[in-house]
Design a protein around this ligand. Structure first.
Ligand code: FES
Length: 111
């Protein structure tokens, strides 16, 4: 499990990128209405940082900043092309006032 930041350091509707993890994959952690979600930061289509995408709070999704595929933050599933492969989701744990991420080892499955 990796510590991301203190609760409250990610404003609502925004995300942070965490440069860690045993497989070296950066993770994006989002605050959507006070709930936290973690997914792989790199888009499954090309090399874009999803933490820099637009958060659609009403859909609990993030829009990739490069080609605008929306990924569901709860499932990692892309809403439409050009991305067709989901991104991995990770478990967020709030502990002692800090946000932590338990990295998933599962490989993303093709939708
Ligand atoms: S890089 Fe994300 S949709 Fe193309």
């Amino acid at each position: 499990m990796i510590r991301v930041c203190a609760v409250g350091e990610i404003p609502e509707g925004e995300a942070v990128r965490v440069e860690s993890g045993p497989d070296g994959v950066p993770v994006a952690v989002f605050n959507v209405g006070g709930s936290y979600y973690a997914i792989d930061d790199t888009c499954s289509h090309q090399d874009a940082s999803l933490a820099e995408g637009y958060v659609e709070e009403e859909d609990c999704a993030v829009e990739c900043p490069l080609h605008a595929t929306c990924f569901d933050l709860r499932t990692g599933q892309p809403g439409g092309p050009p991305a067709r492969v989901p991104v991995r989701t990770h478990t967020v744990v709030i502990e002692n006032g800090d946000v932590h991420v338990a990295l998933s080892q599962a490989t993303a499955q093709v939708a």
